[in-house]
Design a protein around this ligand. Sequence first.
Ligand SMILES: Nc1ncnc2c1ncn2[C@@H]1O[C@H](COP(=O)(O)OP(=O)(O)OP(=O)(O)O)[C@@H](O)[C@H]1O
Length: 235
Amino acid sequence: MSIQVQNLSKTYGTQKAIDAISFSAEPGKVLGFLGPNGAGKSTTMKILTCFIPQTSGTATVNGFDTVKEALQVRQQIGYLPESNALYPDLYIKEALTFIASVHKIHHPEKRIAEVIEETGLGPEQQKKIGQLSKGYKQRVGLAQAILHNPQVLILDEPTSGLDPNQLIGIRALIKELGKTKTVILSTHIMQEVEAVCDQVIIINKGKIVANETLAQLHQQHQNQSLEQIFIKLTH
Ligand SMILES: Nc1ncnc2c1ncn2[C@@H]1O[C@H](COP(=O)(O)OP(=O)(O)OP(=O)(O)O)[C@@H](O)[C@H]1O
C-alpha cells in the first residue's frame, strides 16, 4: 500500500476537522475522496502532503511518515492544492524550470516539454501565468504536480473551473496517470467520480461513512445513483 492512514485526527482549536479516520490506497487505482463542504477532505490531503501536522494518529506515504520523514514524503508526492498558488509573472516554462530545479530533475528541458504536452499547455505556453484563463492555470498546477514524476498524486478539486472540453482532457490524463500511480482525487462532481475513480471514500463530519469500489457502492445501495447515495450517507 502506498498510502496508509491510521486513526488520523485533526482538531483546529475546538473544531474537530477529521475524527480517527483510517484508509489505504494503492498504485494503479484512482481513489475518489468525496464529502460535503467542511467534511475534512482538504485537511486530510494537507496532512498527507506534510503541509499541516495531525493532532493524533499516523499517515505514511510509501512507508515514510508524513511528520518524521516529511522530506522523503514530499519527494514521492505531487500535490495540486484547492487554491493553487502560482507565479503570475513567470512564463509557463520559467515556472516549470523553477519547480524542476527544486526537485533537481535531470534533463529538465525534456521533462518540461513532455509535461507541457501531457497537460495540453502547448498552445498557451508563450503567455505569462497571470494572463492565463482559470482552466489553463489549473493545468499549470497539474503540470507542476506531476513534473517530478511522483508515485503518488493528491489532487484537490483538479477540474474546478474547467470548461466541458477541458474537463474531458484532464480527466483522461488523471485516469492515465492512475494506471501506474496512486491517485487521490477530491471532487464534488459525481459524474467525474463515475468517469475516473475505481474506489470511493465518502467522508462526513470528519468520519468515513463509505469506502468501497464504485461497483460495490452501487450494489449495496440498490443501484441508486452516486448522487443519491452521497445524499443518503451525508445528510
Ligand atoms: N485553518 C483552519 N482553522 C480552523 N478551522 C479550519 C481550518 N481549516 C479547516 N478548518 C475547518 O475544518 C473543517 C474541515 O475543513 P476542510 O477544508 O478539510 O473541509 P473540506 O472537506 O475540504 O471542504 P470543502 O469541500 O468545502 O473544500 C471545516 O469545519 C473547516 O472550517
